[in-house]
Ligand binder design. Structure first.
Ligand code: BES
Ligand code: MN
Length: 472
């Protein structure tokens, strides 16, 4: 372990420079104009994986390419095999004017690297690559076979990846998937995440008159689609934070008292939280703490709202249409298709005769949860504690990683969520950053992980740990 940690610290500056190269690619998957940047980023990543000694392959898909990079040389080996999943695509950087420095020109300040994608997810998957590089470059035998699977469509729902998993099922067969794409409460409170929310996205369009109308000439005699949309949306939630869509809560599995106790241990003070968010008062479903609300309860959010004239000054019109982008976050055992169905029925009912409603379903992902008591989860927990030098917590998270349920369905394995992000990393916001100490701790965690997971594998399969692994 010493030589690995020594390697990681003595090459730290280079790793940061390389990560800066990685975040320079504007790999925004939501915007088709960036398709070339995603392809270039994937090529860079493939070359980088080859340069550290991995067997790398750039795999085209119907969408953005997948990068596969493995410690395996050809045939399936004797060591237990694990996948490391991550994504090289990033969220749009808009609004640009709120960034202190350009989103794709990395800036180092106070031990942080500022850039879109620094934390979500380039910095986090890069930490794992560097941990494996340490093994390969110091000639330390890896206790496990490892394959990196880095995709370019996570932020838009991982549309091409399930098919890819099915096609490559044989070579991707593994013990478990390791993912660093979640957060931890603080550097002193690292965590293993055992549940994620799912998501159901849709767009709502209210059609009114066949063109924008003069609001003086026609106003009062025809319904205003923007008002119709607002009225409908406002009816979807009550003043206590409950979603009013019939059937919405039918499949929700309530939190257990063990879970509520664990979540209560997390260091989140409601007052600090309110100040951090800059809101006059917190708001959420009554009867639950903020931590419970944002990790373990389902929600409905408006992500975007457009209608009418958006330019300078005024323009007196009744807009022809109004649209909203909406997502629901889902918890076990809700299902995105069932939720969209319930949403559809509810909205159809709410829409007045004077307007026409169109609902366009978007991406969906099922919620995920696994037992934190499993042998691999416990091994991962040890690596997290070792990497950060602090006792790790168990937690649930509110974000979604669409592909994790497919890992279970297609490959039959669980995912170990060992995040490196901090609450103030500004993921999806202007001025995203990655704390370089999380980067350092993450690399150490990555290095420890393969030993811990190998130990758990040996125990599981009854192998004498000393007899099996040759000392390098
Ligand atoms: N890294 C996040 C997911 C995440 C963040 C999980 C924090 C837990 C805690 C991921 O890249 C992400 O943002 N996913 C999207 C998925 C969606 C676009 C389908 C999300 O959650 O909004
Ligand atoms: Mn994200």
């Amino acid at each position: 372990m010493r030589n690995l940690f020594d390697y990681l610290s003595s090459h730290h500056d280079r790793f940061v420079r390389e990560l800066c190269e990685y975040v320079r690619f504007p790999s925004v998957s939501a915007q088709p104009s960036h398709a070339k940047d995603l392809a270039a980023c994937a090529r860079w990543l493939t070359d980088h994986c080859s340069s550290i000694g991995l067997n790398s392959e750039l795999c085209p898909t119907a969408g953005n390419p997948v990068v596969l990079a493995s410690t395996r040389k050809g045939r399936i080996g004797k060591k237990p095999h694990f996948l490391v999943y991550g994504h090289y695509d990033v969220q749009p950087a808009e609004p640009f004017e709120l960034w202190k420095s350009k989103p794709f020109e990395p800036r180092l300040e106070d031990g942080n690297l500022f850039a879109r994608g620094a934390s979500d997810n380039k910095g986090q998957n890069f930490a794992h690559l560097k941990a494996v590089e340490a093994y390969l470059k110091t000639g330390t035998e890896l206790p496990c076979d490892i394959t990196f699977l880095l995709e370019g469509e996570e932020e838009v729902g991982s549309k091409s990846l399930a098919e890819f998993l099915t096609k490559r099922k044989k070579s991707l067969q593994c013990e478990a998937v390791v993912v660093s794409d979640t957060g931890i409460p603080s550097k002193k409170a690292p965590a293993l995440t055992y549940a994620l929310r799912g998501i159901a996205a849709f767009e709502l369009i209210v059609h009114g008159p066949n063109r924008d109308l003069h609001s003086g000439i026609f106003g009062g005699s025809v319904n205003n689609p923007a008002l119709v949309l607002c009225e409908m949306l406002a009816r979807l939630r009550d003043s206590k934070g409950r979603i009013r869509i019939p059937g919405f809560y039918d499949d929700v599995v309530p939190l257990t008292s063990f879970e509520r106790k664990e979540l209560a241990r997390l260091p989140l003070k409601e007052r600090d939280y309110r100040r951090f968010l800059g809101v006059p008062e917190l708001f959420g479903e009554k009867g639950y703490t903020s931590m419970e609300q944002r990790t373990s309860r389902p929600t409905l959010e408006i992500n975007g709202l457009t209608s009418g004239y958006q330019g300078e000054g005024s323009k007196t019109i009744i807009p022809a249409w109004a649209r909203a982008k909406v997502t629901c976050r889902l918890v076990p055992n809700q299902n995105p298709e069932r939720i969209i169905k319930a949403v559809r029925a509810c909205l159809k009912n709410l829409c007045p005769q004077s307007a026409r409603l169109e609902i366009i379903p978007g991406h969906g992902a099922e919620p995920y949860s696994t037992s934190p008591q499993g042998a691999y989860a416990q091994a991962a927990l040890k690596a997290v504690g070792g990497g950060f030098g602090h006792a790790p917590l168990l937690m649930r998270e509110g974000g979604s990683i669409p592909i994790v349920t497919d890992f279970r369905k297609i490959l039959g394995v669980d995912t170990l969520l060992v995040g490196l992000g901090l609450p103030d990393d500004n993921a999806h916001s202007p001025n995203e950053k990655f704390d370089l100490e999380c980067f350092r701790n993450g690399m150490r965690m990555g290095a420890l992980l393969w030993q811990e997971l190998r130990g758990a594998y040996n125990l599981k399969s009854g192998i004498d740990p000393r007899g099996d692994l040759k000392k390098p």
